[in-house]
Ligand binder design. Structure first.
Ligand code: SAM
Length: 267
């Protein structure tokens, strides 16, 4: 086994039950294209190769990509691509008119960037489902509901793009070498809510960033810092929303109502 490259987040899964549970969480993939992020030594790849119609595994580490290319050389449904997931256009990997599912024990140093990359592909209609493992604390933020301590920009962004379900948590001993943190597996079913909530994608993304800019400030103060006047905010503020509310206490429906009132006054 090659030496671990800590910079690439290489903690390999060695728990047999867990790697099967991750593959099982995808459901029936016999007719699906599956994209694996960071296959490493193939702990999950081995299982998916025998189950999926087509498996495309994206690995940045040249030696690992070569190892897997050799191992799967006689399986025409498996394609190993040496590439950076963040620089890969996922839609271009998927047959026209179809969607793919994603699986990955993610390199933790770029978890948020990978999630944003997946949400962008989900909005394009390229992805149906993702089973992704990440540091437990990050998973808790992705899955948190409004009003709880962990709810913030990552939760709101994730839940504008997907239904989030927490599946299970693994201790450091499930990996080699063991990381310093616990890890949690999430299921994301891509279901963008922008049209349903009457907001435009790019504008509402920016608005959410403005709303959550400073956690200790009220939502109105964050929006004043973003350039909205007190008077504009007072006129647009929906009835029933406390003026001193913080962004993390509001539902996505309430956030969207404020955004619509600010950007489409009189509608
Ligand atoms: C946590 S390991 C998981 C390996 C394997 N899937 C497993 O479960 O044992 C993360 C993997 O992602 C790869 N990786 C890191 N950065 C990447 C990137 N930007 N694009 C694609 N793969 C990357 C690493 O080389 C490593 O193989």
């Amino acid at each position: 086994m090659q030496k671990r490259k800590p910079k690439l987040g290489q903690n390999f899964l060695v728990d047999d039950t867990a790697r099967h549970a991750i593959a099982d969480a995808l459901g029936d993939i016999s007719k699906r294209t599956v994209i694996e992020i960071g296959p490493g030594h193939g702990a999950i790849t081995d299982i998916l190769a025998g189950r999926s119609r087509s498996l495309i595994a994206l690995e940045l580490d040249r030696a690992l990509a070569a190892e897997l290319t050799f191992r799967f050389r006689n399986q025409p449904n498996v394609k190993i691509v040496e590439t950076d997931i963040l620089k890969t256009d996922l839609q271009s990997l998927i047959p026209a008119g179809e969607t793919a599912d994603v699986v990955g024990n993610l390199p933790y140093y770029i978890t948020s960037d990978i999630l944003l990359h997946l949400f962008a592909a989900g909005r394009e209609g390229a992805l149906a489902r993702a089973i992704v493992m990440m540091q437990r604390e990050v998973a808790e933020r992705v899955a948190a509901t409004p009003g709880v301590r962990d709810y913030g920009l990552l939760s709101a962004t994730a839940q504008m793009n997907a239904r989030v379900e927490t599946l299970f948590t693994l201790p450091p001993s499930a990996f080699s070498p063991p990381p310093e943190v616990y890890s949690t597996v999430l299921r994301l079913d891509f279901a963008p809510r922008f049209a349903e909530l009457g907001v435009d994608t790019a504008g509402f993304d920016t608005f959410l960033k403005q709303c959550f800019a400073q956690k200790r400030k009220t939502l109105q103060n964050n929006l004043r810092n973003a350039g909205y006047s007190l008077q504009t905010l007072a006129t647009a503020w929906p009835e029933g929303t406390p003026p001193l509310a913080r962004a993390e206490s509001l539902t996505l429906e309430q956030m969207a109502a404020i955004y619509r009132a600010l950007t489409q006054p009189g509608v």
